[in-house]
Design a protein around this ligand. Structure first.
Ligand code: AMP
Length: 277
């Protein structure tokens, strides 16, 4: 049975039923197979999985899609029930921020200033602030996040390490459509024509991943993106596996962000760099 809590008191009462470790999957709702995969992976280890559904105003910029972000609570609750979540926490804004917008927030540091942080000022401060609050409110011992939002995952790991939060963070590989498009709640904004153009992102990452030399990786991926007029590139970057400098050889990450029509999409893949003959 899945219990639904809308207030922090209801959440506390529902959590009192937990006997072992509490696992949390944090979402902004409009749940898809990517979210459901996080719940499934969490369920494999933890009988008591809490799913949070909260569109966090703090992590949206003034010109972003907070107002029109999809809200589909009834379908989301059905998905959480089907996946065997113990609790769904779907709070209102005042339950998460009872004092209004917090005056003390997280500073994401240098890792938060690059890539998404450069394009979306304030996004990571708002994200980390709500993640820290939700980790406490849900009393989580372990939390599951998707690699789809790779920089988010890296920043959360860093926050937990730097601030001794004592929570295990588990990353889950990106779930994709059959044609490669990374699942995202924002995909529903795409027209059929835009969806076709959006496939260039995953196609570019695949093309890049076919190479071992950093320059060849970026050239191959860049070529694919340049051929798709419907895609306005924000960044295409190769980094180390933790978003640091690119290593000469071994694991690395290739990340892309672009606008397709009015919709901003991100994606990334692991890459193994090797000396090419
Ligand atoms: P969101 O609702 O977009 O804030 O995402 C909630 C969680 O689901 C985050 O940890 C995301 O990284 C994760 N997630 C979103 N899309 C996917 C996907 N396609 N595959 C795996 N995880 C995902």
């Amino acid at each position: 049975m899945t219990r639904v809590a809308h207030t922090r008191d209801e959440l506390a009462a529902a959590l009192d039923a937990a006997t072992g470790e509490i696992a949390v999957v944090m979402t902004m709702g409009a749940l898809h197979e990517g979210h459901r995969q996080l719940i499934r992976v969490a369920r494999e280890r933890s009988p008591f999985v809490v799913v949070t559904i909260f569109v966090n105003p703090l992590q949206f910029g003034p010109n972003e899609d907070f107002e029109k972000y999809p809200r589909t609570l009834d379908e989301d609750l059905a998905a959480c029930r089907a996946e065997g979540a113990a609790v769904v926490f779907a709070p209102g804004r005042d339950d998460v921020y009872p004092g209004g917008a917090p005056s003390i927030t997280m500073n994401p540091g240098p890792l938060g200033a690059i890539l998404e942080g450069a394009s979306r000022p304030g996004h990571f401060a708002g994200m980390l602030t709500v993640v820290e609050k939700l980790l406490r409110l849900t009393r989580a011992g372990v939390a599951y996040f998707g690699e789809k939002d790779f920089q988010q995952l890296a920043l959360i790991r860093r926050m937990v390490f730097d601030l001794e939060l004592g929570v295990e963070i588990v990353g889950v590989p990106t779930v994709r459509e059959g044609d490669g498009l990374a699942l995202s709640s924002r995909n529903r904004y795409l027209s059929p024509r835009e969806r076709t153009a959006a496939l260039a992102l995953s196609r570019a990452l695949r093309a890049g991943a076919g190479h071992g030399d950093p320059e060849a990786v970026l050239a191959a991926a860049g070529d694919v993106l340049a051929q798709e007029p419907g895609v306005r590139l924000d960044y295409l970057e190769l980094t180390g596996p933790d978003l640091g400098p690119v290593p000469a050889e071994g694991p690395a990450r290739l990340l892309v962000a672009a606008r397709v029509g009015a919709t901003r999409l991100i994606d990334n893949v692991p890459i193994v760099l090797r000396k090419e003959a």
